[in-house]
Design a protein around this ligand. Structure first.
Ligand code: LLP
Length: 421
């Protein structure tokens, strides 16, 4: 459930008409709902109630500081995957003690910054990285809590580009080698081995792969404890999928995910961390765009929007489906026609949908891309020298621009022409 609903024939974000924001901010733009973000965060809190836990929002999904602050004030921790994300979370007021650092290629500089600034734990992904982490921790005179990310060789049955838990993927250490790698970790100075980390992929719409992975983690916990490691924290990653279409999809709910966690690893008495991104931010954001032209092709009509693949790359990159709805609510039973919905960027991949049934639209009409809150703004670029589009946050009847559209001067002045040219 989200808070982007029609009211009196027009789309609202909470208590604000989307058209009013479009008039004030210009299109295209991203629009987030505070109530939806918090609702989704709290679903995970409720799902893990009764278990010692921390919900670490995977901020790669949507990393505007206003979003981070909203979630952090509700009690969330953060999962970061770069020093940039770490610094951004700290700037938003997230305490270091609530930040976990994931990612396959953390550099020594990144590690040092996070160590000096304060960190809850590092999720280590390889032996060489572990050596570097140990050396940096030792040189700063600290001991750093770590988990080791294991690759359980489980098929997450999701899009190949976002599947991470198979042995052919670059993530984690093979679970079969875990005992050796944990033994190495325990022998290195500066590291305090406290747990196990796993994350098998994103947009999972079935609990079965999670169940397999968590069972393997539970077995490994017992084995490692028998080897003498004090395994007391399990980071079970993110990945729970969301409905992108409103009809046929019903991915498992956070409550079911929580029940699965309790069933598979609850008996171990470990503190639980999870790293959901998409489920918190995805349906808490829309992208609003305006029809520039309706163009009649040989055998089809094109809706040419002012938003493009550089603003929302998911359809081009993952063949992702986004529901696209007119901001003015169609009359019940209104005639629909198929459109190819495209942006102005100069490549055919700049296509959001083909043959999508929509009510008749005209130049100037506003449309909203639903479920665009996660992996939308964060993956946008300035391809074709199109400015990064603004982000706006709504709370009840108020809205604020939380990232302004850059001017063309700002963009152009970022380049430097060498004096010898
Ligand atoms: N933890 C780790 C270690 C991750 O790599 C990810 C996502 C998450 C947590 C959060 O997963 P989520 O709950 O959001 O599924 N750009 C792609 C998704 C990439 C996901 C990368 N890792 C997309 O637009 O579908």
């Amino acid at each position: 459930m989200d808070h982007f609903l029609y009211r009196d024939g027009t789309l609202y974000a909470e208590d604000v008409p989307v058209a009013d924001i479009a008039a004030a901010v210009g299109t295209p733009f991203y629009l987030y709902s505070t109530a939806t973000l918090l609702r989704h965060y709290r679903l995970f809190e409720d799902a893990l109630a009764g278990t010692e836990h921390l919900v670490c929002y995977a901020m790669k999904a949507a990393s505007n500081q206003a979003i981070l602050k909203t979630l952090a004030e509700a009690g969330a921790g953060m999962d970061v995957v770069s020093v940039g994300e770490y610094l951004r979370a700290r700037a938003a007021g997230v305490p270091g003690g609530r930040i976990v650092f994931s990612g396959v290629g953390k550099t020594a500089d990144e590690i040092r910054t996070a160590l000096e600034g304060g960190i809850r734990q590092f999720n280590v992904e390889s032996e060489p990285e572990m050596q570097v982490l140990s050396a940096v921790a030792e040189s700063t005179g600290t001991s750093v809590p770590i988990t080791i990310r294991v690759n359980p060789d489980v098929d997450a049955k999701t899009h190949a580009k976002i599947s991470t838990g198979k042995s052919e993927n670059k993530f984690g250490i093979p679970i079969a080698r875990a005992r050796d790698v944990y033994a190495l970790a325990a022998s290195l100075p500066g590291l305090e081995v406290i747990g196990i980390d796993v994350h098998i992929g994103s947009q999972l719409t079935d609990l079965a792969p999670f169940e397999l992975a968590f069972q393997k983690v539970a077995e490994l916990t017992e084995v490692l404890r028998a080897d003498g490691h004090d395994i007391r924290r399990l980071d079970l990653g993110g990945g729970l999928g969301i409905p992108y279409t409103r009809s046929n999809e019903a991915p498992p709910l956070p409550l079911e995910f929580g029940a699965l966690i309790k069933r598979t690893v609850g008996h171990l008495g470990c503190e639980i961390e999870i790293e959901p991104g998409r489920l918190i931010a995805g349906n808490a954001g829309i992208m609003v765009s305006r029809v520039i032209y309706v163009k009649s092709g040989e055998d089809r009509d094109f809706l040419i929007l002012d938003g493009a693949m550089n603003d929302l790359i998911r359809p081009a990159m993952y063949e992702a489906y986004h529901d696209i709805v007119p901001v003015i609510e169609p009359e019940p039973g209104a005639e629909q026609s198929p459109y190819d919905i495209v942006g102005p960027v100069c490549e055919s991949g700049d296509t959001f949908a083909k043959g999508r049934l929509m009510p008749k639209l005209s130049a100037g009409d506003l449309v909203a891309f639903r479920s665009a809150g996660a992996y939308g703004a964060v993956m946008s670029s300035e391809y074709n020298t199109r400015p990064l589009i603004p982000e706006v946050l709504v709370k009840d009847d108020q809205f604020a621009v939380i990232r302004a559209r850059p001017t063309f001067d700002e963009i152009i002045n970022r380049d430097t022409i060498p004096e010898w040219l």
